[in-house]
Design a protein around this ligand. Structure first.
Ligand code: NDP
Length: 265
């Protein structure tokens, strides 16, 4: 029996155990998936090996620490410095990022997305911004504090603002909340007047948070803006992570069908 886990803080809200265990059960893969509260990201590697895990997902706030913990990082994760999936290979930790592809999967029905505003500048934002740039989209970032914007400023083509200096210069096709605002509280990802002005000039909205309708999505709904929440993004990243965990022995379509079943339970 193989063992997998999700590391995070908080982690009790995570649906990942349900999703992956459903796949293992339905597709008769001999494995089990659990959740682990991790306070210090530096202890990730030690905890991973002491539990004899074969793979793991990493969530808030440890995705950058996970990048550091890996012996080797592959694909898109290497480009963005953020790891959400790790797999053990011959005693080494191999890191991947499946979040950005999961997000593109989630917005597949949104049309003509060229100008995107990203709220937040953490690990999720870093992955999505890089992927939007790869898709030749124009990207603006709005973050609470200045510190985390520095690395985005070095990208050159991204416009960065804090709450204090933000000015709405043009409408957006899509605004994405990648902050943790609304996850455990009822706060908006920026002051209400800023969020209102942005949503009044936006065609689509998305929130990375799942399991509840955030105050941000409530504001989008009031304006009849089509939106998605984090569930579809979660499903997309989960399918890709499960493919890695099961070393491509299961078919993506079968993983997806089983995982969708877990999300409607
Ligand atoms: P990080 O800790 O890396 O970044 C958090 C970001 O949120 C920072 O920009 C921070 O701003 C901002 N922030 C935190 N609290 C507030 C607040 N009260 N008001 C405004 N801004 C705030 O987190 P991640 O990028 O890893 O994750 C962010 C969110 O995305 C989480 O809610 C997570 O659950 C969700 N997520 C969902 C996924 C899915 O599959 N649906 C996948 C990945 C993440 P500052 O720099 O000022 O501190």
């Amino acid at each position: 029996m193989e063992l997998f886990a999700i590391f995070g803080n908080p982690v009790s809200h995570s649906k990942s155990p349900l999703m992956h265990n459903r796949v293992f059960e339905k597709l008769h893969y001999p494995a089990c998936y659990t959740r682990i509260l991790l306070e210090d990201g530096k202890q990730l590697k030690e905890r991973f090996f002491s539990l004899s895990l074969q793979g793991a997902n990493i969530t808030v706030p440890h995705k950058e620490a996970a990048f550091q913990a890996c012996d080797e990082v592959r694909g898109f994760a290497k480009k963005v410095g953020v790891v959400n999936t790790i797999v053990e290979e011959n005693g080494r930790l191999i890191g991947y990022n499946t979040d950005a592809d999961g997000f593109l999967y989630a917005i597949r029905d949104f049309s003509d997305i060229h100008k995107v505003l990203v709220l937040g500048a953490g690990g999720t934002a870093r992955a999505l911004v890089q992927r939007f740039l790869d898709e030749k989209m124009s990207v603006t970032i709005l973050n609470r504090s200045k510190e985390r914007l520095k690395e985005f400023e070095t990208l050159g083509s991204v416009e960065c603002s804090t709450w204090d200096d933000f000015k709405l210069k043009h409408p957006f096709d899509l605004v994405v909340n990648t902050t943790s605002a609304g996850l455990q509280d009822a706060s908006l990802p920026a002051p209400k007047e800023i969020i209102s002005s942005i949503l009044d000039a936006t065609r689509y909205a998305a929130d990375a948070i799942y399991g509840k309708q955030t105050p941000f999505l409530q504001e989008a709904k009031k304006r009849n803006i089509p939106y998605i929440d984090g569930l579809d993004m979660l499903l997309g990243q989960g399918v890709l992570a499960n493919e890695l965990f099961t070393r491509h022995t299961l078919q993506k379509e079968h993983i997806q069908k089983a995982m969708e079943g877990a999300l409607i339970l």
